[in-house]
Design a protein around this ligand. Structure first.
Ligand code: ADP
Ligand code: MG
Length: 255
């Protein structure tokens, strides 16, 4: 499969917490229309990689380039405005709001305010931003969520939270999307929706990094995978080849 030019590149990325090195000397890149899987046992540095790339934590060292510009250490809302957004391993949504309202918050949560501030601003969003509502409706249709747009989120099965979290990130029309365990806790039907959404994004030229443990889901959407163990890359290549790699087998069997 032919992918586009590099949109995100990180070199020598390292992040420590006190004496613990969560990510060490990690370099990789992501091209437009490419889906990269990031795999590894618990504690191997996958979420930290997303946290550092998205600007939640500054890197201890290393450089992050987004569309050719250095974004290392810039805060998440600035990184989001430049086209890269992420989802969280624990969805950060407002249960008492409808699906549509949660998605509408996306433009604000990712691009402008903190969640609390955005929560208070929901009335204003609804009144003042018909364009945002039209965009949210488009995102919900693309994710197969239009039938539940007006349902209060906390009344829906858990899996919807992850799908809504992805829909919300799409409100900023990202060039790069970082997904932290999007398939965790989803039913097979919900994974099917997620899968179609990821493949649509890939076809639209979005670069997608997916951290997940669901290998069948990954095998259906990724172009290649990187495996981390103890914060270090131990494998890079096709997901089929990963299954036969002795180092990968060892890091999983060793636990
Ligand atoms: P994964 O997502 O692969 O399960 P993480 O990136 O969350 O792993 O964590 C990697 C290591 O970094 C773990 O040992 C974890 O405890 C540690 N770590 C992650 N975030 C923090 C933090 N904010 N403060 C201290 N240690 C952290
Ligand atoms: Mg994690």
């Amino acid at each position: 499969r032919v992918v586009g030019r590099t949109v995100l590149a990180w070199t020598g990325l390292r992040r420590s917490f006190g004496g613990l090195t969560a990510v060490a000397d990690f370099s990789c890149e992501l091209a437009a229309g490419e889906v990269l899987g990031l795999i590894g046992p618990n504690g191997s540095g996958k979420s930290t990689t997303i946290n550092v790339l998205s600007g939640l934590y500054p890197p201890s060292s290393g450089r992050i380039e987004l569309a050719g510009a250095d974004v290392s250490g810039l805060p998440p809302h600035v990184v989001a405005r430049r086209g890269m957004v992420r989802t969280f391993q624990d969805p950060r949504l407002v249960g008492r709001f409808t699906v549509l309202e949660n998605v509408l918050l996306g433009a604000h949560v990712h691009a402008r305010y903190g969640a609390l501030e955005a929560g208070f601003g929901i009335g204003r969003i609804r009144r003042d931003e018909p364009a945002a509502i039209a965009r949210a409706a488009g995102v919900l249709t693309a994710m197969g969520l239009d039938d539940v747009a007006d349902r209060v989120l906390e009344t829906l099965p858990y899996g919807y939270r992850r799908l809504v979290e992805v829909a919300r990130a799409l409100m900023v029309e990202p060039d790069v999307l970082l997904l932290d365990e999007p398939a965790a806790g989803l039913s097979e039907g919900e994974i099917g929706r997620l899968e179609r959404a990821v493949l649509d994004l890939r076809a639209a030229g979005v670069a997608v990094l997916i951290v997940d443990h669901h290998m069948d889901f990954l095998a259906r959407v990724v172009d290649r995978v990187v495996v981390l163990d103890g914060g270090r890359e131990i494998f890079r290549g096709a997901i089929g080849a990963m299954r036969d790699d002795p180092k990968v087998a060892e890091c999983y069997l060793g636990r």
